[in-house]
Design a protein around this ligand. Structure first.
Ligand SMILES: O=C(O)CCC(=O)C(=O)O
Ligand SMILES: [Fe+2]
Length: 287
């Protein structure tokens, strides 16, 4: 009888990730341990870790092709929200910029619209990848977000669109650029602009008023994998310019297992489609 291959050997990360450059398979010895230490230092020093060319070039073509094939089935979302994505701090004055709502328009596939067999879904479900993200973020436990809509998203920003400033509803986010904008479309953020107690309000207000001088931005080519603490770092994407959309995959993680997001937040983000799904479910439950 042929022995069953171990799940590590079946892990899609082994096929898609440029393991020569980014040895995420063995982080406990040699080149892998050194690489992990560098990522952790980058996270600690700067609040982010940027891995250019993380996907092998053939994998990038495949994942971007799949995203482009699926995107015509996606909804065009008009996402209107304040930066906290939920309740605004009522102690803030009415005209405080942090009470402001911003709108961005995105063609967006929610997790439930991305088939299990796609490369991006399989990559997100890779335990090797999740463990790598956990160790870079220095968490004792890290789980893929369990929310049926938010866990993994593919977001296309068309020319003229931006991604409005916000904090993510989960702490650790990875953004994987699948198709770069010709111009603009820069991922921009304030690393660790808040913690559980405080927020750097001066820096936040500056960004919200359009002053980008304190914000971190860096150009990222397609295939770049960026780790940061999205729940604690105010961020967004500048206006996309040129002829084609910018497409990124958003992979979310949480220290708490089985993390799901409140229905009202999901309805605010994903709109009518999700509202219908949730209402249908409530109707079934009360039938
Ligand atoms: O597209 C990106 O790089 C970031 C998008 C983002 O912040 C989000 O979807 O929460
Ligand atoms: Fe985000």
């Amino acid at each position: 009888m042929t022995p069953r291959r171990s799940s590590a050997q079946d892990d899609i990360a082994l096929e898609l990730v440029d393991l020569d450059r980014y040895p995420i398979v063995d982080l406990d010895s040699g080149a892998g341990a050194q690489f992990l230490a560098e990522c952790q230092q980058s996270m600690e020093r700067q609040g982010w870790c940027n891995l250019d060319g993380f996907l092998r070039s053939d994998a990038l073509i495949r994942l971007n092709g799949e995203a482009n094939d699926l995107l015509p089935t996606a909804d065009v979302l008009h996402v209107k929200r304040n930066i906290y994505q939920g309740a605004i701090d009522p102690s803030l004055p009415q005209d405080d910029p942090r009470r402001k709502e911003f709108t961005h328009i995105a063609v967006q596939l929610a997790d439930d619209q991305i088939p299990a067999e796609t490369g991006i879904k399989r990559l997100y479900h890779s335990d090797i990848l999740t463990d790598f993200v956990r160790r870079v973020q220095k968490k004792a436990q890290l789980y893929r977000c369990a929310d049926e809509f938010q866990a993994l998203n593919v977001v296309a920003l068309r020319p003229g669109s931006w991604h409005a400033w916000h904090y993510d509803t989960t702490e650790c986010t990875v953004t994987l650029l699948l198709q770069a904008a010709e111009k603009g479309g820069e991922f921009t953020f304030l690393p660790n602009s808040r913690n559980d107690q405080n927020e750097d309000r001066a820096a936040v207000d500056r960004l919200l008023s359009g002053d980008m001088s304190q914000a971190q931005t860096f150009s990222r080519g397609a295939g770049t994998f960026t780790l940061f603490r999205g729940g604690y770092s105010l961020h967004g994407v500048t206006k996309v310019e040129g002829a084609h959309p910018r497409i990124s995959a958003i992979l979310t993680y949480d220290e708490v297992p089985d993390r799901v997001i409140d229905d009202d937040i999901n309805v605010r983000i994903y709109g009518k489609r999700v509202e219908k799904i949730l209402a249908g479910r409530r109707a079934d439950a009360s039938a």
